[in-house]
Design a protein around this ligand. Sequence first.
Ligand SMILES: NC(=O)c1ccc[n+]([C@@H]2O[C@H](COP(=O)([O-])OP(=O)(O)OC[C@H]3O[C@@H](n4cnc5c(N)ncnc54)[C@H](OP(=O)(O)O)[C@@H]3O)[C@@H](O)[C@H]2O)c1
Length: 242
Amino acid sequence: MTRRLQNRIALITGASRGIGAAVAERFAAEGAHVVLVARTRGGLEDVDDRIRAALDLGTDADSPVTLLELDLTDLDAVDRIGPSIAQRFGKLDIVVGNAGLLGEMSPMHHIDAKVWTDVVDVNLNANWRLIRTTDPLLRQSDAGRAVFVTSGAAHGKRPYWGAYAVTKAALEMMVTCWAAETEKTAIRINLLDPGATRTGMRADAYPGEDPATVKPPEDLADAFVDLCSPSCDRHGDVVRAY
Ligand SMILES: NC(=O)c1ccc[n+]([C@@H]2O[C@H](COP(=O)([O-])OP(=O)(O)OC[C@H]3O[C@@H](n4cnc5c(N)ncnc54)[C@H](OP(=O)(O)O)[C@@H]3O)[C@@H](O)[C@H]2O)c1
């Protein structure tokens, strides 16, 4: 079988569960070394275990997984990601900015200030820091790729979607600007809107919904591989996976 991400170094945020975990597992199966970012050590270790089991790796085998336990609201820590990846691997080929926070579903004027700040930090500011710290490495790659995960909430009228909708709209503009600035390079940068997907965030947003009626995160893995493989020629698009 041809492995489409063979020997690529891929950084994936929000990889302890949900969409990020499914992307991490699929990228490793496609031959990538995955650097997984999240706060929850146990969740990251579970993903690592599943990857090792799927690849049938013994305990002594070199692992294709690096765990980076990090809170993305610690923006200075995000700044250190690029230099530490450069030191450890000497290169970076793929960035998946997937981590996201829903925050409070409530009227604008009722949103708690700390919740507002956390959502803006995780969904927007951390992704800007990620762009800043990884851009030099992606430029050195023969086929640097970046995908940021957006949402339909970025568009239209979204009462009570608060900071989440605001940050996804801003994320789309930020990533579109970066893509326009890198048009003449080998880097390809896109946004992916996964649509309704069976995760903890979806259950929080739609508590009355039967999860069985929503697609599992694994169904999105192909779309991420397409956008991150060296053969991808899309750039500056918002790809809708539905
Ligand atoms: N599920 C859907 O239907 C849907 C639809 C449209 C868009 N999306 C987008 O898809 C992306 C993934 O969402 P999901 O549904 O998979 O959500 P999820 O299951 O809640 O997972 C969110 C991930 O983000 C990480 N994260 C949150 N806050 C963090 C922080 N402060 N520092 C580091 N990591 C943090 C979480 O890890 P820790 O808690 O371990 O830190 C977790 O790995 C998000 O950007 C979301 O907006 C989802």
